[in-house]
Design a protein around this ligand. Structure first.
Ligand SMILES: [Zn+2]
Length: 412
C-alpha cells in the first residue's frame, strides 16, 4: 500500500491523504481558508472517501472529488448535516467575494447523493480496506480513522483532543499502529489551565451583566459556540445566539448522541434567545447582555453588526474564545483596539480579550496520544512546525517520525 500526503503538509489547513492499494481511499479533502481566497487541494480521483470531521480545512474540497469520479463518502451522522451547512455557507461567501470555486452545484449535489453515515467503532469495508471510526474528542462527530489493509494498521487522527470538554468526551485510541498520521496544531504550545480560563471568562461576563452592557463573543459555529453555551450556563436567560452558531447548534441538538449531555443542551436552548432577523438583532442588543455569534475571527457574520453597535461603549467587552490567525480582523482588534474589515475600519473602545478554550490536544497531549497508540512510525501533518515535532518525537520517544512534504508518497 502507498500513502500519498496531498495537503496539510507543514501547514495548518487543507488536510488530505490518499491511500492506494488495489483501490484508492481518501482521508479528508479540505481547503486552506486563510488567508483568502481559499486554496483547494489538487484534483484527485478516488474510489472511496472518509471524512474525519466537519471543519472546512478537512471537508471544504469534497465536492471537487465529484468532478472526476463519484466516490462513496463516509462520515459520522452529525457530520453529514454539518458538512452541508458549511459548504452552503462557503459557497455563499465565494459568490459574494467572487472567489474562484473549482466545482459546480451539480458536484455538490453528487456529494450529497453519495454521503453515508457511519457509527463509531463499527467496522466497515471499503474495497480491501477495513475501517473503524474512533471518537476524536475534537467536536461533535469528529473521528480518528483506523484503516487496516495489506496487514498494516494506519491511524489518521484528524483533529484530536485527549481532554474532555463540556461538549464531548476525550478521544478513544486504537493500539499498536504501524503508521500514525498525526495532527500537530499545538506541537509547540501547551494550553493554560482550562478551568482557570473558564473562571476568567465567567468573571468578565459577570461584570458586563451587572453593568447591563454587552459581552460580544465571536465564535466558530461548530463546537466552540456550543461549548461556550455550556460554560456560560448560569447566564442562559441573558444569552442571545446568532448566525451560523445558531444553525450549527440546532443541527447538533438534533443529533442527540453526538454530544455528552443532550438534556443539558436542551435546557440551555429552552432559555436562550435565538436571533433570526434584523428585528431580533435590535431586540437582542437592548435586552440580552451576552451575544454569541459567528464569525469567530470577525471575517464576517452578524458578529460585525454587534461590534459596530457596541464599539463606543467602554463598559462592553469583546471576548474571543478561539484561535485568531495573524492577519484576521479579530487578531488586529485584539492587538490594536481597531477593527479593520473589508468595507470599513474603526476604533473600538470596549475591552477586548482572548481565552484559550481550544479543542485540540496541547503539546503534552499529542505526545500522550503517540505513546498510547504505540506506532512504528509517525507522520506529522497539520501544523506550522511539523519537522520540529517529528524531531522531538524521535529524540524524546525513540519512535521514527517524519514531516511529509506535499505530494510525497511512502510505501508501507
Ligand atoms: Zn477541526
Amino acid at each position: 500500500m502507498k500513502i500519498e500526503f496531498i495537503g496539510g503538509c507543514n501547514v495548518v489547513g487543507g488536510n488530505s491523504v490518499l491511500l492506494s492499494s488495489k483501490t484508492t481511499l481518501m482521508l479528508d479533502y479540505g481547503v486552506r481558508i486563510n488567508p483568502a481566497p481559499p486554496v483547494y487541494p489538487p484534483l484527485v480521483k478516488t474510489d472511496n472517501m472518509i471524512l474525519s470531521h466537519a471543519h472546512l480545512d478537512h471537508c471544504g474540497g469534497l465536492p471537487r472529488l465529484y468532478v472526476s469520479a463519484t466516490p462513496k463518502c463516509y462520515m459520522t451522522s452529525v457530520s453529514t448535516d454539518l458538512v452541508k451547512l458549511l459548504l452552503e455557507d462557503s459557497m455563499k461567501i465565494a459568490d459574494k467575494e467572487n472567489y474562484p470555486v473549482p466545482f459546480k452545484q451539480k458536484h455538490v449535489r453528487a456529494l450529497y447523493d453519495n454521503m453515508y453515515a457511519e457509527e463509531y467503532y463499527n467496522e466497515f469495508r471499503l474495497g480491501e480496506y477495513k475501517c473503524i471510526l474512533y471518537d476524536a474528542g475534537h467536536i461533535p462527530g469528529s473521528a480518528g480513522i483506523l484503516v487496516n489493509a495489506d496487514k498494516k494498521k494506519i491511524f489518521y487522527t484528524g483533529d484530536i483532543n485527549n481532554k474532555p470538554t463540556h461538549l464531548v468526551n476525550s478521544c478513544h485510541l486504537p493500539k499498536d499502529i504501524d503508521i500514525l498520521i498525526m495532527e500537530s496544531t499545538y506541537s509547540k504550545r501547551e494550553h493554560p489551565l482550562r478551568l482557570q480560563e473558564e473562571k476568567n471568562l465567567i468573571a468578565l461576563v459577570e461584570e458586563v451583566v451587572n453593568k447591563n452592557s454587552t459581552a460580544l463573543l465571536p465564535v466558530f459555529a461548530i463546537g466552540r459556540s456550543q461549548e461556550v453555551l455550556f460554560i456560560l450556563e448560569k447566564f442562559t436567560s441573558k444569552i442571545a445566539i446568532d448566525g451560523m452558531a445558531r444553525k450549527a447548534t440546532e443541527i447538533i441538538f438534533e443529533h442527540s448522541s453526538s454530544i455528552k449531555d443532550h438534556v443539558r443542551l436542551r435546557k440551555i436552548l429552552n432559555r436562550i434567545f435565538t436571533i433570526h432577523d434584523s428585528k431580533d438583532r435590535e431586540f437582542a442588543l437592548k435586552n440580552y447582555p451576552i451575544i454569541i455569534s459567528t464569525a469567530g475571527m470577525l471575517f464576517g457574520g452578524p458578529a460585525l453588526y454587534f461590534l459596530k453597535k457596541i464599539r463606543s461603549d467602554p463598559e462592553s467587552k469583546v471576548l474571543f474564545t478561539g484561535y485568531l490567525i495573524d492577519d484576521s480582523p479579530g487578531k488586529e482588534l485584539l492587538d490594536t483596539g481597531r477593527f479593520k474589515g473589508e468595507q470599513e475600519s474603526y476604533n473600538v473602545k470596549c475591552e477586548v480579550r482572548r481565552f484559550d478554550l481550544s479543542s485540540h490536544a496541547g503539546h503534552s497531549g499529542l505526545l500522550e496520544i503517540i505513546k498510547k497508540t504505540n506506532p512504528q512510525k509517525v507522520a506529522c501533518i497539520h501544523g506550522d512546525d511539523c519537522e520540529g515535532f517529528a524531531k522531538e518525537i524521535e529524540s524524546s520517544l525513540g519512535i521514527s517520525a517524519f514531516a511529509p512534504k506535499a505530494g510525497e508518497k511512502i510505501k508501507v
